[in-house]
Design a protein around this ligand. Structure first.
Ligand code: PEP
Length: 252
């Protein structure tokens, strides 16, 4: 039985004070509940502050990105070991905003996946097609390419450190979520493809989150799909009540 995993991606929002307040509200709202795994991913400058708030609670902490080297002359970048050092258990890589707005390619993202795993982080690898690709019936080809390249060199024994977030680009921040059926169809494909790449047993245990305009009112139907193992939540994770409603939908 795969445990649902709900993650808040705060993107480039909040302030130090607002982030700490939001994290405290999430901690309080989730309580001791252990039927859903919950994590928040604040902007880098607020990680240490939020780490203090979530320390000793069931709420995990994640980075929104990493640079795939331990240290070095990479001005402005953050290494996986730094994320671990500041209290992160998770890291998001390959987010569509980084792929499409910052030009990150599959090979670079693969380096990030491997660097995150090597540092002991749980890596949330985001994949997803654009609207044009979906309209052109290329969804599966795109997911295939992103999985094959993103997971190159990742073997079954370390796949437990990977979570896939299926995030159709056309659904992110647009208010137009994939239907539960579209999400289930894509997740089925992802699990099958990962099975071919890393073995069926590892793929059966793999957590596949859906992301893209998940809100309090659509979370239950999305999360009730058999292969939707959680949600990566952007906009709705910035309001504690909305985020907690999505977590509660995962409990059901
Ligand atoms: C995201 O940032 O990963 C995301 C899914 O954003 P939103 O929930 O706002 O669509």
């Amino acid at each position: 039985m795969r445990k649902k995993f709900v993650v808040g991606n705060w993107k480039m929002f909040t302030t130090a004070a607002a982030g700490a307040q939001l994290a405290a509200a999430v901690v309080q709202g989730v309580g001791k509940a252990d039927r859903v795994t919950v994590a928040v991913c604040p902007p880098f400058p607020y990680l240490a502050r939020v780490a203090e708030v979530v320390r000793g609670t069931p709420i995990g902490l994640g980075g929104q990105n990493l640079y795939p080297e331990k240290e070095g002359a990479f001005t402005g970048e953050v290494s996986p070991t730094m994320l671990v050092d500041v209290g992160c258990r998770y890291v998001i890589v390959g987010h569509s905003e980084r792929r499409h707005k910052l030009g990150e390619d599959d090979a670079f993202i693969n380096r990030k996946v491997k660097a995150g795993l090597a540092a002991g982080l749980q890596v949330i690898l985001c994949i997803g097609e654009t609207l044009e690709e979906r309209k052109g019936n290329r969804t599966e080809a795109v997911l295939d390419r992103q999985l094959t390249a993103g997971l190159a060199g990742v073997t079954a024994d370390v796949l437990g450190g990977v979570v896939i977030a299926y995030e159709p680009v056309w659904a992110i921040g647009t208010g137009h979520n994939a239907t539960p059926e579209q999400a289930q169809e894509a997740h089925t494909f992802v699990r099958r493809r990962v099975g071919q790449l890393c073995g069926e047993a590892a793929a059966a245990a793999l957590l596949i989150q859906y992301g893209g305009s998940v809100k309090a009112d659509n979370a239950a139907s999305l999360l009730s799909q058999p292969d939707v193992d959680g949600a990566l939540v952007g906009g709705a994770s910035l309001k504690a009540d909305d985020f907690l409603a999505i977590v509660r939908a995962g409990v059901r």
